[in-house]
Structure formats: structure tokens, C-alpha cells
Ligand binder design. Structure first.
Ligand code: ZN
Ligand code: ZN
Length: 448
């Protein structure tokens, strides 16, 4: 299967290197097959065209009305009007009425703090979308997952439901009995997770990520809330044995929030111990898991995990040794020469292989710069330009790119900027030595 992805903003190739052809498993459906992924609809029944954007665009007598018309479909700052969701589902049906399946990864209720539902209101909101999806796609498999805005109160879900039947509520009051097949109800009632064998050799696993979600303080201290890890590992082991391929769906993705200001520390989406356990499973069963689809972050994005495999992959004959990373200038000059040659001798617009090669070289050069920055001695005083090593380490991606450009130019021309050759020389008198025996320290600039 090939993914067609529509991205609304341009990425510079420098930051987004092309990935060489991957050896993907055979897609079990017919050529050009499709599926729908719908997520984070956040429908607000109190949406108002004159609602204030500071109040997610719904009416609140205590907040001044907005003079702007938010429109029939709302705007970027509003939660969704029901009209938008109706139009979205109708458009899905119009564009592709017979997808192979539909995944629906949660968050159906509004964000607003003014909205104080209870479980019945929560299930009613979920049931509305269940009904619309089921009636628009009567014969299509629709697989839901629970979001942090599908619970009451939001962000929290317990594991033990025998007393309050919360998970039964999704099936019975939320209408998910019409979506999840009966033989999967036992695990869903136990912890909100299940799997679905879509076709021989292809399974979809729907996780309840709210049990691992960092604000869920009910489960924070539990090593395996709702026994979901144990169940997941058993399922993946079985899929591996049967040569099945698996898609994982869920609401909250593993990893870290990446929409933070430069320099600000980003938080983990899961409790740290649950993130660790989950990443270990992903790594261990990566040949089985061929796709993962999540919601929650409200943007189209890919996530790539760099995982320290030392602890997770057994040492022995399978362990690959990595070549030691060197940063010698000859190596760098070779890369720059190769890059220059590619730029001169190929029309990169028509030549995918050359473009891939160029991106690999760019990534390697950037890696060398980042390595050199890591090696800076922060205890050193700055030179005449007053730029401390710590400033350089904290550069954002745009500044690093400019910085790299200056370095590459310097290597290419074989010349150093004059200022980089200027140093402050400080004579220091050594203890117990006379003043004629001075030691000099020179403070070159950190950039040099
Ligand atoms: Zn959301
Ligand atoms: Zn969410």
C-alpha cells in the first residue's frame, strides 16, 4: 500500500531527508485500497457563530461576545460545531464510500471547562458520532479507541470497572456494541482495549492509551494498569508466531509533546514507566507492527523514535556493531566534495536517487556539526565576540542551519573568517614564580 499524504505546509528538504526505499511487507488488500482515519472531533453542542474564541467559540454570558462571525463550520480556535462533523462524515462518504476499514481514535467531547457533563452526557456524545458513522458506512468495519476527552472527568480512567461498569457504558450507551465484535468484549470491559482480525494475516489492535496517559493519576503507580501490557505482548507474540501483520491504533501517541517553545522542556505523553514498557514492546515486535495511528496531537505528523537498544536487544550474534563516529576534517571535505559534485552534475528535480543521496550527505554533515557542538567546553570563557558555548548549544534549527552554511562555505573556500583568528591573550602569573615567568592563555572564540 502506498500512502498518499497531503501536507498543507512546505518543508525544507534540509530538515526532512527522504527515506530510502523500505522493504515493507505485502499489503493484504487489493491495490489502491484505502482506509479512513477520523479523530479528535471535539464536538461542542454549545458552539455559537458569535461565541468568543477565548471560550472555544461557544456562548458564555460571563465572557464578552465576539463581534466576528465564526461561521457555520467554526474556525481554527473553536471546537467543532455539529454541522462540521455532519459535513465531514458526509464528505468521507462522498470521497470514498467503500474504504477497507475506518479507524476512529477518540476525543469526541469539547475541551471547554464550561462544559460539565456526566457519564451519561459523555456516552450520548459518543453515541451521536457512532450512529452517524455506522449509518453512513453500514457495511464497513469501524474500530474506535477511547480518548482523554471521552471520559468523565476528562483525562482520567480507572482500571477496575467492576463497580461502575464504565467500559460497559461505551459498549451499551456509546453504541460501540455495533462496532466491536462480541468475542472482543471481555478485554474491552476489563480495560477498554481489544483487537480485530480484519483479514487472514492482518490484525488491528486498539489500545486504551488513557491508562498510560500522564495526567491519569489513578494509574500512575501501576506497572501494568488493566493488564494491558501483558495482553498486548501475548497478542504480538501470537501474531509473530502466525506471521500476522499488525496495525496499532490508539488515542495518545507515545513520546513527547513537540509543540513547545525553544528551550522549554517537553513532557512525556505517557507516564515514564509506561512509555518505557511500551517502547520496549514496539522495538521487540517491530517486524510484526507495520503501522501505528494515533490522535490527540491535532496535527498531521510522523514520529520517528531513536531508541537506545543496548538494554532492549540481547547482546550476541544479532548485535550489530556501529562504526565509531569520527569528525576528522578529511572526512568532512570528502562529503562536501561529493555534495558539490551531486549539485553540479545532476538535475535534482528529475533524479530521485541523487536527491536521496544529497539528503543523506546533508544529514551527515549536520550530524558532524551537532557532534562538534556537543564537544564544546562550556567552562571556557567566550572570546572577543562574547558568544559563550552554551549559546551555541541552545541554537534553534534555523540558526543551526545558518551556522552550518557559514562552516560549509569556509571549508569550501579554504578560508577562515578574520574574526575567528582573533584571540584574547591573558597572561597569568603562576604561583610561586616571579613575574617574568608568565603563562599565557588564549581565548579563541567558541565559534572558531
Ligand atoms: Zn483532542
Ligand atoms: Zn486527546
Amino acid at each position: 500500500m502506498e500512502f498518499e499524504i497531503y501536507v498543507t505546509h512546505r518543508y525544507e528538504s534540509h530538515f526532512c531527508p527522504l527515506i530510502p526505499k523500505l522493504d515493507l511487507p505485502k499489503w493484504p488488500f487489493k491495490e489502491n485500497s484505502t482506509f479512513w482515519h477520523i479523530t479528535d472531533t471535539h464536538v461542542d453542542q454549545n458552539y455559537s457563530r458569535s461565541g468568543n474564541a477565548l471560550n472555544m467559540c461557544h456562548k458564555n454570558p460571563n465572557i464578552r461576545r465576539n463581534n466576528v462571525d465564526n461561521g457555520l463550520y467554526g474556525n481554527f480556535l473553536c471546537d467543532s460545531p455539529q454541522y462540521l462533523i455532519n459535513a465531514t462524515i458526509l464528505s468521507m462518504k462522498y470521497i470514498q464510500p467503500t474504504p477497507d476499514f475506518i479507524i476512529w481514535t477518540g476525543d469526541n467531547l469539547p475541551h471547554s471547562l464550561d462544559f460539565i457533563p456526566d457519564w451519561d452526557v459523555t456516552f450520548e456524545a459518543i453515541r451521536n458520532t457512532t450512529f452517524m458513522l455506522r449509518s453512513s458506512f453500514p457495511d464497513i468495519t469501524i474500530l474506535p479507541s477511547i480518548g482523554n476527552h471521552d471520559t468523565f472527568p476528562p483525562n482520567i480512567l480507572p482500571t477496575d470497572t467492576s463497580a461502575n461498569n464504565i467500559y460497559k457504558g461505551y459498549l451499551e450507551k456509546g453504541g460501540w456494541k455495533d462496532l466491536i465484535i462480541e468475542n472482543q468484549w471481555p478485554t474491552f470491559v476489563q480495560g477498554g482495549y481489544y483487537s480485530h482480525l480484519l483479514k487472514s494475516g492482518f490484525r488491528i489492535i486498539s489500545l486504551n492509551t488513557i491508562l498510560w496517559y500522564s495526567p491519569n493519576n489513578l494509574t500512575e503507580k501501576m506497572p501494568d494498569p488493566g493488564n494491558q501490557f501483558r495482553w498486548l505482548e501475548g497478542l504480538l507474540k501470537n501474531s509473530s508466531r502466525l506471521s500476522e501483520k499488525v496495525y496499532i491504533i490508539g488515542h495518545v501517541p507515545p513520546g513527547y509533546y513537540n509543540r513547545v517553545n525553544p528551550g522549554q522542556k517537553s513532557d512525556s505523553t505517557f507516564h515514564p514507566q509506561h512509555l518505557e514498557s511500551y517502547l520496549k514492546l514496539l522495538l521487540k515486535y517491530s517486524p510484526v507492527i507495520v503501522g501505528q495511528f494515533y490522535g490527540h496531537l491535532h496535527m498531521d505528523m510522523f514520529q520517528v523514535f531513536q531508541y537506545d537498544t543496548e538494554g532492549a536487544v540481547p547482546r550476541g550474534k544479532h548485535k550489530k556493531t556501529r562504526p565509531a563516529f569520527t569528525n576528522d576534517s578529511q572526512d568532512l571535505q570528502k562529503l562536501l566534495a561529493k555534495r558539490e559534485h551531486l549539485l553540479q552534475s545532476h538535475n535534482l528535480n528529475d533524479n530521485t536517487d541523487a536527491r536521496i543521496e544529497l539528503n543523506k550527505i546533508n544529514a551527515e554533515i549536520k550530524r558532524k556539526l551537532l557532534y562538534a557542538i556537543q564537544q564544546l567546553d562550556f567552562k571556557k570563557s567566550p572570546g572577543p565576540d562574547g558568544i559563550h558555548g552554551q549559546f551555541i548549544v541552545n541554537l534553534g534549527s534555523c540558526a543551526t542551519k545558518r551556522f552550518l552554511h557559514i562552516f560549509n562555505l569556509s571549508w569550501k573556500l579554504g578560508r577562515l573568517p578574520r574574526q575567528w583568528k582573533t584571540a584574547i591573550v591573558v597572561p597569568i602569573r603562576k604561583p610561586n614564580k616571579d613575574a617574568s615567568c608568565m603563562e599565557a592563555i588564549d581565548q579563541l572564540q567558541s565559534l572558531a
